[in-house]
Design a protein around this ligand. Structure first.
Ligand SMILES: [Zn+2]
Length: 181
């Protein structure tokens, strides 16, 4: 499945986050474990079999990859990621949270609903935010994926959804109707 095309605002957000993390001086201990925790899916497997791992390199190298709708991901496709001040600990927290869904010990494979996996990544990301200084103030570096409000076409309910790297289906929280985004 091709990756979703992100608008230029999202591409710029990715560029800011990515270049900030890349510019960190890894000689400092505080920066050494800054990195990413990601979710991948192998299209050859069942929908719910996910690979969850970590990396100190950005899961997507460039903002342009977000707009490359023609690229066909092979084997594992990246679906979602967060950054963390300590990607080792963040990954461990996610793996611990999803332990009951683990396929085999010592492996990064989980048979878990995607929404549950994303929730676990989001919690780990909240636990290990990356401090970010802008105009003399400290913030947490924002995550790339942002929820948006999507109106159900059947009943009009506003649903909060999070666009992933690939197109996603979800159910309206009020009528259960299908939402595609
Ligand atoms: Zn609805």
């Amino acid at each position: 499945m091709p990756y979703r095309e992100f608008d230029s605002q999202a591409q710029q957000r990715w560029w800011r986050i990515h270049s900030f993390i890349d510019s960190l001086d890894r000689r400092y201990r505080a920066n050494r474990r800054v990195g990413w925790v990601y979710v991948m899916r192998n299209s050859a497997f069942r929908d719910n079999l996910l690979k969850i791992g970590r990396s100190t390199r950005a899961p997507l190298e460039r903002a342009t990859e977000l707009g490359a709708s023609t690229s066909v991901p092979t084997d594992f496709e990246l679906i979602y990621f967060v950054h963390a001040s300590d990607c080792h600990e963040a990954e461990r927290a996610v793996h611990r949270q999803l332990a009951e869904f683990r396929k085999t010990p010592d492996k990064e494979f989980f048979c878990v609903p995607l929404a549950r996996a994303i929730e676990a990544l989001d919690q780990a990301a909240d636990q290990y935010p990356i401090p970010y200084r802008s105009r003399g103030q400290w913030y947490h570096l924002p995550q790339f994926f942002e929820p948006l409000v999507l109106k159900c076409l059947d009943c009009g309910t506003q649903n909060r959804v999070k666009p992933l790297l690939v197109e996603t289906k979800a159910k309206c929280r009020s009528c259960g109707g299908g939402l595609r985004f």
